[in-house]
Design a protein around this ligand. Structure first.
Ligand code: LLP
Length: 421
């Protein structure tokens, strides 16, 4: 459930008509609902606790939505952060996430990033390869510290979904194999600069079937049991993120209760803290991208192009993954017209959708791309020298600009002439 609903014929976010935000801030603009973010986090936590998990660590995947106000909204509820760069560690800290709730994933962490994470005292550095384990060990030792690590395993399970976001097959770059994991864990327990505290996995994103997750998590359970049988201490099992969300018209994902019940079943009696790295399921349906119709280009031969002021640089998912986003006019009229919905960027990939049936629209009308709160603003760029899209957070009948639109002066001032120019 989310808090974007028609109120008196007009699409609103909680108590604020979206057109009011569009008038005040301009378009394109991302708008997030605090109540929806809070609800999604709470529903997941309650489901996990209800399934018998004690004190699960729910580390929100910052890559899904890294806005500081969004992170703070979640941190206030006790969320941790799953991060993949020094920038994301800094964002999590700036938003008030305690270091002991930060999980640092990623296949290519640099020496500087590792040093920063060790200095910060994050809950675990998820080590994804043998060279990285040695690097963490060396960096921490040089600092006179012992880094808490988890070994990320690639469970070799196909998660379905788009190939560009599947991460759990043996030919994907993420994590180590089970046999490597056992060897590395045992080695790590003898290293002066690391303390292995657990194992981790993450098999993909927008997963709408519990079976591959259950298969992967069952294998992870086996690994924990083998490590413990060898006398090694395992405190935490990190099961990653990946639970899908309902994108309108797309396969329906399992609900959080079913997901939690499966996890409760698979991990029953295993005496470890469980950690999770959900991104999309918390943020996707808590945000929309609002755009204005620049004009409608009706080809005499028959195609209707709805040309928006938002483009692929603002919402990359359709161009990158052929992703489907529901499009809703803020003030729907009666009727149905078939449109190709496009942005102004100079390539054909800048097409949000083709042959979409929508209520009739005119130049100046406002529309919302639904389910855009995850991997929307975070993947935006300035391609075509378009200003980075701003972000707004709504709470009840209030809204705040939580990332303003830069000015053209800001954009140009970031660059410098070379000395010979
Ligand atoms: N943990 C790790 C290690 C990850 O790599 C990811 C996502 C997550 C957690 C969060 O996954 P989620 O719960 O959000 O599914 N840009 C793509 C999605 C890329 C996901 C990358 N990793 C998209 O727009 O669909």
């Amino acid at each position: 459930m989310n808090h974007f609903e028609l109120r008196e014929g007009e699409l609103a976010c909680e108590g604020v008509p979206l057109s009011r935000i569009a008038e005040a801030v301009g378009t394109p603009v991302y708008v997030y609902s605090s109540a929806t973010l809070e609800r999604h986090f709470t529903v997941l936590r309650d489901a996990l606790v209800g399934a018998g998990l004690k004190d699960p660590l729910i580390a929100f995947a910052v890559k899904a939505n890294s806005n500081l106000a969004v992170l703070r909204t979640l941190a206030n509820l006790g969320a941790g952060a799953d991060v993949v760069s020094e920038g994301e560690v800094r964002r999590a800290l700036a938003a008030g996430v305690p270091p002991e709730r930060i999980v640092f994933s990623g296949v290519g962490k640099t020496e500087a990033e590792i040093a920063f994470a060790v200095e910060t005292g994050v809950a675990e550095i998820n080590v994804e390869s043998e060279p990285e384990l040695h690097l963490v060990n060396r960096v921490a030792q040089q600092m006179g510290r012992r880094a808490t690590v988890a070994i990320r395993v690639n469970p070799d399970v196909a998660a379905g979904g788009h190939a560009k976001i599947a991460t759990g097959k043996a030919d994907n770059k993420f994590g180590v194999s089970f046999s490597e994991a056992e060897r590395l864990y045992a080695n790590a327990s003898n290293m002066a600069g690391v303390r292995p505290a657990g194992v981790a996995c993450h098999i993909g994103s927008q997963i709408t079937d519990l079976a591959p997750m259950e298969a992967a998590f069952t294998k992870m359970r086996g690994l924990v049991e083998r490590l413990k049988a060898e006398g090694l201490s395992v405190e935490r099992l990190d099961l990653g993120g990946g639970l899908g969300v309902p994108y309108f018209n797309q396969p329906t994902p399992p609900d959080p209760e079913a997901y939690a019940a499966m996890i409760g079943r698979v991990t029953k009696g295993l005496d470890v803290q469980l950690a999770f790295e959900p991104g999309r399921m918390i943020a996707a349906n808590a945000g929309v991208l609002i755009a204005r119709v620049n004009h409608v280009h009706e080809r005499p031969e028959g195609r209707n192009f709805l040309v928006l002021d938002a483009a692929m640089n603002d919402l990359l998912r359709p161009a990158m993954y052929d992703a489907y986003h529901d499009i809703r006019p803020l003030k729907p009229r009666y009727g149905a017209v078939t449109y190709d919905v496009v942005g102004p960027v100079c390539e054909t990939g800048d097409t949000f959708t083709r042959d979409r049936v929508l209520p009739p629209l005119e130049a100046g009308d406002l529309i919302a791309f639904m389910s855009a709160g995850a991997y929307g603003a975070t993947m935006a760029s300035e391609y075509n020298s378009r200003l980075l899209v701003p972000e707004v957070l709504v709470k009840g009948d209030q809204f705040a600009v939580v990332r303003p639109r830069p000015t053209y002066e800001d954009m140009l001032a970031r660059e410098a002439a070379a000395p010979w120019l």
